[in-house]
Design a protein around this ligand. Structure first.
Ligand SMILES: *Cc1c(COP(=O)(O)O)cnc(C)c1O
Length: 492
C-alpha cells in the first residue's frame, strides 16, 4: 500500500514517508492508492480489544511498518493515559449510541489520533534514516493543540509549535495549552481566526526558503494537523470497533446497517467513518453535523463549496471552520482519484474561495447527509437530553445530537445510529452549564466544574484537575504575519 497526492498522481510515497512529510507538494494531501478491505471478520473483531482492532485496521494502510513496530506504537498510545480500558466506550442513550472518544489525556477525540502520531512519526523517522529533528507546526481551533502538545511534549528528536486564535478557544482549552510543560513546546496566540492560523501554517510548509533555512539548523517540518495520514488512519479504527461492539453486545446482528453522525469541522473524523464504510463496515448514512459555520451543509445540498461568508465564533469552537481541509480527500475520491480535476477545484478555492462539483461527482456523495444546529439549538439539546436522561454532553456532541434528531424527524429513518461524542463536557463547562441553566452565567469556571461533576454524577477528569493550579508557562502573541518569526526564534 502506498499513498498518492490528491494534486499529483506521480507523487507516490510509502506510509512512513507520508507520515513524516505531513502535507504533499503543492499543498496536496496524501491518500491511500485504494481503500483496503478488512481481512478479518466482524465476528473476530467483535471479540478483540481496542488495540487489536486498531492493529487490524492500521496494518492494511501502514504496510511498511513491521508488526512489532506497529503494535509498539499502538500499545504506547492506547494505554493508561486513557481512563477506561475500553478506550472508546459506547453509551446507549435516548435511542442512539454515543461513541465516547474523549477518554484520553486531553479529553477530546483528538487524543484518539494524537496519542499515536508521535510514535508513528518517530518510528517513521528511524525507518527513513532521518537525522534532522522534527518540528511539528500546528494550527488549532482548540483541541488539536493540547492533544498534540500532550503527545509530543518531551519526545526526543521533536519540537512542537502550536498556534491558536486569540479569543477563539474556551478558557479551559486555553489554560490546557498555556500550562504545557516540556522544553520542546511553544504555544502562541495569533491575532486572527483558525482559518488564518491554518493558512499561515500551510504557507510555512510550502515555503522552500524557510525549509532550507531550518534544514541548515538541523530541523525539518511536519504536521500534526488532521491532514496527516498518521492522524486520519488511526481514526478509522474506532468506527470499526464501535460496529464490532454493537454486534458483540447484541444491539445489532452482524451485517445490519448502521448510520453514523459526526460533529464536523475539518472533515477528518467523518472521513474516517467513510473509510470504514469502504473497508466493509455496513454503514448506510454518514450524517455530517455542522454548527452555524455551515459551509458543509450548503455543499452537500448544492454541490457548491463556498467559503465566502462571515466567520462565526460559536459555542462549539472546535468546529468553527470555513475551510474543511479533509474534504479535499473526498472530492479527489468522488472525482475518480483524478488529481488534475481535484487540483483545478482546489485552485479555484484558493483564488475565488469557491468551487462547484459536477452532477456526476455529486451523485457519488449520496451517502452523506448534511445539516446544522444553531447555538440556541445546541444549548437546548444539552438541556433537554439532561432533563430527560441525566446524561450530559458537550456542545460539539450536542450539535451532532441535534442534527440527528432533525434527520430522524425529516426522514423517519430508524436505523441504529452511532453519534461521535467528541469532547468531554468538562472541556466546555461554561457553555454546557449555562445551557442547562442560565443562573450559572455568573459562576467561576472551576466552581462550574465542581457543579458539573455533581449534576452529571461524573468524576472530574484528570485533565481538568491538572490545570486548576498550574502555572502559565506560555504567554506569546503574534500577528498572522509574525508566525514565521515565532517559529524561527524558537528554533534558534
Ligand atoms: C476537532 C473537533 C471536531 C471536528 O472534527 P473534524 O475531524 O475536524 O471534523 C469536533 N468536535 C471536537 C470536540 C473537536 O475537537
Amino acid at each position: 500500500m502506498n499513498f498518492v497526492s490528491t494534486r499529483n498522481d506521480k507523487e507516490v510515497v510509502t506510509a512512513s514517508q507520508g507520515i513524516l512529510k505531513g502535507l504533499a507538494d503543492n499543498s496536496g494531501l496524501y491518500v491511500p492508492q485504494e481503500i483496503p478491505r478488512l481481512d478479518v471478520s466482524i465476528e473476530e473483531l467483535s471479540k478483540m480489544s481496542y488495540q487489536d482492532v486498531a492493529y487490524n485496521v492500521m496494518k492494511l494502510y501502514f504496510t511498511d511498518f513491521t508488526e512489532d513496530e506497529l503494535r509498539n506504537c499502538i500499545n504506547n498510545a492506547y494505554d493508561d493515559k486513557f481512563d477506561t480500558k475500553e478506550i472508546a466506550p459506547l453509551v446507549s442513550c435516548d435511542k442512539s449510541y454515543f461513541l465516547e472518544l474523549f477518554h484520553g489525556a486531553t479529553i477530546a477525540f483528538k487524543d484518539m489520533a494524537l496519542s499515536i502520531l508521535p510514535h508513528l512519526m518517530i518510528t517513521s523517522a528511524r525507518k527513513n534514516n532521518v537525522e534532522n529533528d522534527i518540528v511539528i507546526l500546528t494550527a488549532t481551533s482548540g483541541d488539536t493543540g493540547k492533544a498534540a502538545l500532550a503527545g509530543f511534549a518531551n519526545v526526543k528528536g521533536t519540537k512542537i509549535v502550536v498556534f491558536y486564535p486569540d479569543g477563539g478557544v474556551s478558557r479551559i482549552q486555553e489554560l490546557q495549552m498555556v500550562t504545557t510543560k516540556g522544553d520542546n513546546t511553544k504555544v502562541v496566540a495569533i491575532d486572527g481566526n483558525f482559518d488564518e492560523a491554518q493558512t499561515g501554517v500551510k504557507k510555512m510548509f510550502a515555503d522552500t526558503n524557510l525549509n532550507e533555512k531550518i534544514g541548515k539548523m538541523g530541523y525539518q517540518f511536519s504536521s500534526a494537523n488532521s491532514i496527516n495520514i498518521g492522524r486520519l488512519i488511526p481514526q478509522v479504527a474506532y468506527y470499526v470497533y464501535s460496529y464490532a461492539k454493537l454486534v458483540d453486545n447484541n444491539e445489532i446482528s452482524n451485517g445490519d446497517l448502521i448510520n453514523v453522525c459526526v460533529p464536523t469541522g475539518n472533515f477528518g473524523n467523518i472521513l474516517a467513518a467513510y473509510y470504514a464504510k469502504n473497508m466493509g463496515i455496513p454503514i448506510a448514512k454518514l450524517i455530517c453535523a455542522s454548527n452555524e459555520n455551515k459551509v458543509l451543509y450548503d455543499f452537500f445540498k448544492t454541490g457548491t463549496y463556498d467559503k465566502n461568508r462571515e466567520f462565526k465564533l460559536t459555542n462549539s469552537p472546535s468546529m468553527d471552520i470555513l475551510i474543511s481541509s479533509n474534504l479535499e480527500r473526498l472530492i479527489h475520491m468522488c472525482a475518480g482519484f483524478d488529481a488534475k480535476k481535484n487540483s483545478e477545484l482546489m485552485n479555484q478555492l484558493a483564488t475565488t474561495g469557491k468551487y462547484e462539483i459536477t452532477d456526476d461527482m455529486k451523485a457519488k456523495l449520496d451517502d452523506f447527509y448534511g445539516d446544522f444546529a444553531t447555538e440556541e439549538e445546541t444549548a437546548k439539546t444539552i438541556r433537554e437530553l439532561y432533563d430527560k436522561t441525566g446524561y450530559i454532553i458537550d456542545t460539539h456532541t450536542a450539535v451532532a445530537k441535534c442534527v440527528y434528531d432533525k434527520y430522524t424527524a425529516k426522514t423517519g429513518d430508524t436505523t441504529k445510529t452511532v453519534i461521535a461524542s467528541t469532547a468531554s463536557p468538562f472541556k466546555f463547562t461554561r457553555s454546557v452549564m449555562t445551557a442547562i441553566d442560565s443562573k450559572y452565567d455568573s459562576w467561576d469556571d472551576f466552581d462550574l466544574v465542581d457543579e458539573l461533576s455533581k449534576l452529571g454524577n461524573v468524576e472530574i477528569p484528570n485533565a481538568i484537575k491538572e490545570i486548576r493550579d498550574a502555572n502559565i508557562l506560555h504567554d506569546n502573541k503574534c500577528s498572522v504575519d509574525g508566525m514565521e518569526e515565532a517559529v524561527t526564534s524558537f528554533l534558534k
